[in-house]
Design a binder for this molecule. Structure first.
Ligand SMILES: [Zn+2]
Ligand SMILES: [Zn+2]
Length: 250
């Protein structure tokens, strides 16, 4: 499939070569598990048996605001600009590996599998009437990678859920790394600078691979609300869970 002109223009030579390489490899290589890379017997499958069995589904009751298992205690999304959040799996085990395959390798099979699991389980109210908006990657990082992981996931979800997609958000400022940044800085308002093109869609479901602190989702939701969106919800593939002694980042 020829690359769309906009994509050719949008990526650096190095990123484009990597993107073409990954696409060609996907056509000629034998099917492999999208999480662990193990060779698969049947081309129709996306995950090996072990990874399928170990997917950390979030099955119990959950807080509708922050998507953590209920009760969430002091809800981290109590003052968030998004009204609801949901994810099918915890950010652990094969789910974490799938996220890494999408984020760092751009594996399309991983994006489609993640989208299928979101579409199959998401509460209908979160997708009804919603325009899907990917959480934007910083332009510098997008150029370096040659693709945008959240956009790949959002496109796959738009196809599966039959919802429109809008890339109406844009990152501004330096490409701040959330991982490793001091806690105070990560949580400081304005740390993640996002702007929305107006008029923004009336109902928006933000799409990202992982929901960690929710700071990035909140920055996106605030930008959308400023640009006219009436309601914002957040759909992510994985939810990072809080554990004693462990800090959430991102
Ligand atoms: Zn596997
Ligand atoms: Zn909560």
């Amino acid at each position: 499939m020829p690359a769309p002109l906009s994509l050719v223009r949008a990526v650096q030579p190095g990123g484009f070569a990597r993107w073409v390489g990954a696409e060609v490899l996907a056509l000629v290589a034998p099917p492999r598990c999208a999480a662990c890379g193990e060779a698969l017997g049947a081309a129709a499958e996306r995950l090996c048996g072990d990874c399928r069995a170990e997917l950390p589904w979030l099955r119990g009751a959950r807080c509708p605001r922050c998507a953590l298992p209920a009760p969430c205690g002091t809800c981290p999304a109590a003052r968030a600009a998004f009204a609801r959040a949901w994810a099918p799996v915890a950010h652990a085990g094969p789910a974490r590996a799938l996220v890494a395959q999408l984020k760092f390798q751009g594996v399309l099979a991983a994006a489609d599998l993640m989208a299928a699991q979101i579409a199959a389980g998401a509460p209908a109210a979160l997708l009804d009437d919603a325009t899907l908006v990917p959480v934007p990657t910083h332009p510098a990082r997008r150029r370096a990678r040659g693709f945008d992981p959240a956009e790949r996931l959002a496109r796959a979800l738009a196809r599966r859920a039959g919802r429109p997609l809008s890339r109406c958000l844009r990152r501004r400022g330096p490409p701040a790394r959330q991982v490793g940044a001091p806690r105070a800085l990560r949580r400081a308002p304005g740390r993640v600078e996002v702007v929305a093109r107006a008029p923004a869609p009336l109902r928006v479901a933000l799409v990202d691979d992982v929901h960690t602190t929710g700071a990035t989702l909140d920055a996106c939701a605030r930008a959308l609300r400023r640009a006219g969106t009436a309601e914002v919800v957040a759909l992510t593939y994985a939810r990072a869970l809080r554990r004693a002694g462990q800090r959430l980042v991102g």
